[in-house]
Write a protein that binds this ligand. Structure first.
Ligand code: ATP
Ligand code: IP8
Length: 258
């Protein structure tokens, strides 16, 4: 089984509040379906999550009653995005159901509590794909917080033990600096903890979950000698399909045991 995170950078325009990238999402869902891979999908928040979450510091937990309207709004916006992704999966022939983390799980001081995954397992046993996404999740200590799609990928890795975890974004992989702002940025084909230390991850887009650096750290934790974690560009047509078919493609690999 392959776990796939469709990043907010590819399924939305992260610079424009609530802008869905329908064409890219449709194509990526079709690439996943056409590959025939046994897959499970998570998606990120992009401009449906990060813009308002940042404006109201939702990642820091409850500070001020004025945040509560934003908590409700971000949950609403994320469910809208999720249903648009689910629509595309259904159109591609994948029976997918929405599993909103903020309604199914709790956090404790930012850590996702994942000890009752019965809903997920019941769906997947029937061949139905439960689709989770980065969300505002209630927190036993902080009131609420933001659970990222990357955190969910880690939790699902523990549950399903996939042979591979694939993170789809809008650039070719991890560079030594943001390739959007630096045309001379150098792509890293493989990443280790040591190499990550030398990477600059400053980005213009709003992001409350640590951006590409936190993603790479999660990927390094998930990687094992039996499991590669790959960061791949979803805006390059056919690249995700080729990767899922087992071909080598331009990407960054976090390899376990390095
Ligand atoms: P989301 O968290 O909304 O789901 P995502 O998972 O797609 O988004 P991001 O956290 O937005 O991923 O990370 C990808 C973005 O990181 C790219 O759009 C890129 O511009 C930016 N970035 C900044 N620094 C780097 C870097 N050194 N290498 C690669 N990308 C970088
Ligand atoms: O985009 C964050 O999830 P991510 C979701 O996977 C919100 O980091 C609500 C900001």
């Amino acid at each position: 089984m392959i776990l796939i995170k469709l990043g907010g950078s590819i399924i939305t325009d992260k610079t424009q509040y609530k802008t869905f990238n329908a064409a890219a999402t449709r194509r990526l869902c079709k690439e996943i379906a056409d590959s025939g891979a046994s897959a499970m999908i998570v998606h990120g928040g992009g401009s449906f999550g990060h813009v308002l979450a940042k404006e109201h510091s939702l990642q820091d937990g409850f500070r001020d009653p004025r945040q509560t309207a934003a908590v409700a709004r971000v949950q609403h916006d994320m469910r809208c995005l999720n249903l648009m992704v689910i629509d595309e999966l259904l159109s591609a022939g994948i029976p997918a159901v929405s599993v909103p983390p903020g309604s199914c799980f709790m956090m404790e001081d930012g850590r996702l509590i994942f000890d009752d995954p019965e809903v997920l397992l019941s769906a997947s046993r029937l061949g139905i794909m439960p689709v989770m996404f980065g969300d505002v999740v209630f927190d036993r200590l902080k009131g609420f917080g933001i659970c990222s799609g990357d955190q969910l990928m880690e939790a699902l890795c523990g549950l399903y033990r996939p042979e591979r975890a694939v993170f789809v974004s809008d650039v070719d992989g991890l560079f030594d600096k943001d390739p959007k702002a630096n045309p001379d940025a150098r792509l890293l084909a493989e990443v280790t903890r040591e190499l990550l230390g030398g990477v600059s991850s400053d980005s213009a887009a709003a992001d409350v979950t640590g951006g590409v650096r936190a993603k790479m750290e999660a990927m390094l934790r998930m990687a094992s000698p039996e499991r590669d974690c790959v960061l791949v560009n979803g805006s390059a047509e056919g690249r995700l399909y080729s990767l899922l078919k087992g071909e080598r493609v331009i990407s960054t690999i976090a390899r376990g045991g390095l």
